[in-house]
Design a protein around this ligand. Sequence first.
Ligand SMILES: Cc1ncc(COP(=O)(O)O)c(C=O)c1O
Length: 466
Amino acid sequence: MSATPLADFVRAYAEAGISRLHMPGHKGHGPLGCEAWDLTEIAGADELYEAEGIIAQSETNTARLFGSAGTFYGTEGSSQCIRAMLFLALQAAPAGQGRPVLLAARNAHKALLYAAALLDFDIRWLWPPADGQGGSLCACPMSPETLDAALTGLEQTGNSPFGVYLTSPDYLGGMQDVGALASVCHAHRTPLLVDHAHGAYLRFLPGGSRHALDQGADLCCDSAHKTLPVLTGGAYLHLGHGLLRPEPAAVRGAMCLFGSTSPSYLIMQSLDLCAGALAGPWPGELAACVEAVNGLKARLARLAPGLVRPAEPLKLVLDANALGRSGRALADLLRVHKVECEYADGQYVVLMFAPGNRPLDYERVEQGVKAAVQAPAEGAFRRNAPAPGLWVRLEEQARPQCTIRQAVFARQALVPVEQAVGRVCALPTVACPPAIPIAVSGETIGPAAAELFGYYGIRRVAVTTE
Ligand SMILES: Cc1ncc(COP(=O)(O)O)c(C=O)c1O
């Protein structure tokens, strides 16, 4: 079987000079230069949500590379896979148990809330520890003991969750101990679902896989496009070897439920070609990249204590407060050195590396950070992290007033943050990135949420009006 059956087919079709009396309307030529490879479901091209031919073969190649019990392509990111994953977990839950509940770590991407609204389930939140560890919207480190206590507590109320939902790695490169947390879930016979959008590459690390699937996740999604050489939108939904084993047709049906019936063949080819690279030179290139990033982290760590935050191998996370600056100010300085970051807030700058980066990229980052160390920061600097204890107050004040679905679909209005305090959050308002809701739909917006909206630069939020 070919390592890249889909790309092979499309290239042969493009070269054959066939008269294209089918969609898309560009007919194989246009200003982008890639139109010849942009197809629709013509004879032989298979169909993503009914795959039996070259797409199914390509997915099988990828499943083998990831060691999954099944891998399914998505062309609309982890956002689509997350909805499908939750639909599948809900389908597997025992019937007739009242309103379904998911137990989820609070640093979830907004796609989880959209899934809860569409599928109409409730969420019990796992909050970061009270000591403020992490100190960011993006992080929610979870101990096995905390998870065990939460699961036991829910079981005692007769309201067992249909799944546990974790985000790992998170936007700041923090990783949960998925193995230990999976053991806790499985001891409670509860499936573990992992938003692994940032972690596809972890399967191919030189020291061995650290992918969530290999640590016991029952279902997980990877945004292939975030860390692998894949076009934006390319994603995987993986089945693990644990508690949830839906039929392939059911998984395709779930992906179709939340996707367009015209999935992009360019993105699918990109996933197909990525499988070829993963089976070939890419893991070696990743090893070299990880070594280079490690070297850079070590050199930068020597410049200022606390500057380099511990993070997964391909993320360099700088605490700009260690240099007397805000993360946004450091990002501006890096921009002068022709470096564009993934994310910056009042405290952090996140830089994402991959084998496609050139040596020059590492040099520029180092020069930019050195310049920031040498140049005095402008004005008197005040630590720019959220105030200690803010997360505890947020947890105390986040009182649900209605279901997520009711709030998301309620009549609503965008109001200035000051006028939102005491009202009910409608559509989640997020800073993007990291697209993590501060107030969750259906919760009262308290003063702590308002303070965090200010910190993340959010001025208006959606509140219910009925
Ligand atoms: C943690 C996390 N989950 C899910 C998503 C959604 O992924 P996608 O953009 O692939 O739909 C993102 C996007 O940034 C994310 O950071």
